[in-house]
Write a protein of this length. Structure first.
Length: 249
């Protein structure tokens, strides 16, 4: 479910479920977590880039209903691994990002977005609540009101809107996007790794435990809301390809 390439001491991890718009299932959570743990222990890897194949970055959690074996790390494990990752963690948002495909921006060190890409946080429309630490990271990046609107209103944001809001560092042309992101990452990878690690530790270290606690609190809220009346109606509407009706709630 991943394509992993190494070049210029940059490890590019590409989500590779293009037919499912790179939606995350249990196996993909585990594989991304394993890739991060391996990259963290590999001295030849200095920067990790997470991107997608096909027209999507990630459509979020897989709502297809297909069951698989219980994940070893799961959603929580992947997020904790990202928060604890000591090397630069870069996003190359090549296409649409929904749910975790959007909220992951808050736990990245740098995010670059293709000009045609869009992001959306559909949690309220699913009868759920935001995740991936975004209830803390997004207000810090975007300001409280703008972050709350994005997390609650279920509206799309264009690449330029995301940049203006401070959610991504830069918007790059669609043509040559992967190469442009790699060049940015390679610029970091050419610098002294101890300096990069110390800088990241100073910037993010004091908040890591607090951010993981926020992630766990969000997951507890998701568990309370999952399977509730609003969530059941939202999932049924998704599968039936119709707009959800919350008027009876």
């Amino acid at each position: 479910m991943l394509i992993i390439n190494n070049d210029d001491r940059v490890r590019t991890v590409a989500l590779n479920r293009p037919d499912a718009l790179n939606a995350f299932n249990g196996q993909q959570y585990d594989e991304v977590t394993d890739a991060l743990l391996e990259a963290g222990a590999d001295d030849d890897c200095r920067v990790v880039v997470l991107t997608g194949t096909g027209r999507a970055f990630s459509a979020g959690a897989d709502l297809s209903g297909s069951a698989g074996p219980p994940p070893r790390h799961g959603f929580r494990g992947m997020l904790h691994a990202i928060v604890d990752f000591e090397k630069p963690f870069v996003l190359g948002i090549n296409g649409l990002g929904v749910g975790i495909g959007a909220t992951i921006c808050g736990v990245a060190d740098f995010a670059f977005m293709a000009a045609s890409a869009r992001l959306r946080c559909p949690f309220s429309e699913l009868g759920l609540v935001a995740e991936a630490g975004s209830t803390r990271t997004f207000p810090a990046l975007m300001g409280r009101q703008q972050a709350m609107w994005f997390l609650m209103a279920s509206e799309w944001m264009s690449a330029e809107q995301c940049k203006a809001a401070g959610l991504v560092l830069d918007v790059l042309r669609d043509e040559g996007f992967a190469a442009a992101v790699h060049a940015k990452a390679a610029r970091l990878a050419a610098l002294p790794p101890d300096s990069l690690a110390e800088a990241k530790r100073l910037v993010t270290g004091p908040d890591r435990d607090r951010l993981k606690a926020v992630i766990d609190a969000e997951n507890a809220a998701l568990a309370r809301l999952s399977g509730g009346p609003a969530n059941r109606e939202a999932v049924a509407a998704f599968r039936e390809k119709r707009k959800p009706d919350f008027s009876a709630l």
